[in-house]
Design a protein around this ligand. Structure first.
Ligand SMILES: NC(=O)c1ccc[n+]([C@@H]2O[C@H](COP(=O)([O-])OP(=O)(O)OC[C@H]3O[C@@H](n4cnc5c(N)ncnc54)[C@H](O)[C@@H]3O)[C@@H](O)[C@H]2O)c1
Length: 252
């Protein structure tokens, strides 16, 4: 490990946007902690990073569990290095119209996105403050602007934006920036599951969505990993508290 190697944590990194972000940050020179619910599920991403010459560690953790988060972050610090980059990416959907939505559907979505981002950030910030340098990137969504069938998810993703802006205020003087990325439609197992729930073939679902997107295609995980790479990089030190919509067109 060179003196300059920094450690990044990516949550929900066993697949989808998180996995691509973990691979990208490893290419950028970070040692990467690949966190997800099941440690074994992290192994393919870790193996890929190591095979490409990088350093990585898989850690099983439920980001909504206070004790599990505390020990996972400690383990990353001990085994990989003090984490000074955190990407809060872990997420779930439990879509339903308001009148049918159960308390369990509401709570699970709020817990993973908001409680999870809070617990992870609280645990990781001390390493950033000690290093007088840190980068936090939180995954929001275009659903923050409202989306039928997603009162829980849209509330969580709008909450992530407020959370991010407050982190920017509190942590800026310690050399820590916080930004949010709000993806539009990205091709992952999450959107494949949405297609299945709607009884649609994924290819047809992608085509239908692409027709509503100004750049005329759906997004891929690399579109988001590129934005994360910018926010955590040296060039973005004066960018904090922002929400970047990566959605193939304008959103407001
Ligand atoms: N795919 C999209 O179109 C899209 C759009 C906007 C925002 N997002 C957001 O981007 C992020 C990644 O989405 P994705 O499409 O890659 O989803 P995905 O379902 O493919 O992957 C999410 C990962 O998070 C993990 N995870 C879920 N709950 C967890 C928990 N409690 N603790 C630890 N890990 C947990 C899952 O096991 C999974 O590996 C999410 O926050 C999602 O809300 C996705």
């Amino acid at each position: 490990m060179t003196e300059m190697t920094r450690t990044a944590i990516v949550t929900g990194a066993a697949r989808g946007i998180g996995a691509e972000t973990a691979r990208r940050l490893a290419q950028d020179g970070f040692a990467v902690a690949v966190l997800d619910l099941d440690e074994a599920a992290c192994k393919p991403v870790v193996d890929e990073i190591v095979a490409a010459g990088g350093r990585a560690l898989g850690v099983g953790v439920d980001v909504a569990d206070e004790q599990a988060v505390a020990s996972a972050v400690r383990r990353v610090a001990d085994e990989l290095g003090a984490p000074t980059v955190l990407v809060n990416n872990a997420g779930i959907t439990r879509d339903n119209l308001l009148f049918k939505m159960s308390v369990a559907e509401w709570d699970s979505v709020i817990n993973v996105h908001l409680r999870g981002a809070f617990l992870m950030t609280r645990a990781a910030q001390k390493y950033m403050i000690e290093a007088k340098w840190g980068r936090i990137v939180n995954l929001s969504s275009t659903s923050a602007l409202g989306n039928r069938g997603q009162v829980n998810y849209s509330a969580a993703k709008a909450g992530v934006q407020g959370f991010t802006k407050t982190l920017a205020f509190e942590l800026g003087k310690f050399g820590v920036t916080a930004n949010a990325i709000a993806p539009g439609f990205i091709e992952t197992e999450m959107t494949a599951a949405t297609a299945e729930r709607l009884g649609m073939n994924f290819e047809d679902f992608k085509t239908a969505n692409a027709a509503m997107i100004p750049v005329a295609r759906t997004g891929v995980p690399a579109d988001i990993a590129n934005a994360v790479s910018f926010f955590v990089g040296a060039a973005a030190g004066f960018v904090s508290g922002q929400v970047l919509y990566v959605a193939g067109g304008p959103k407001d």
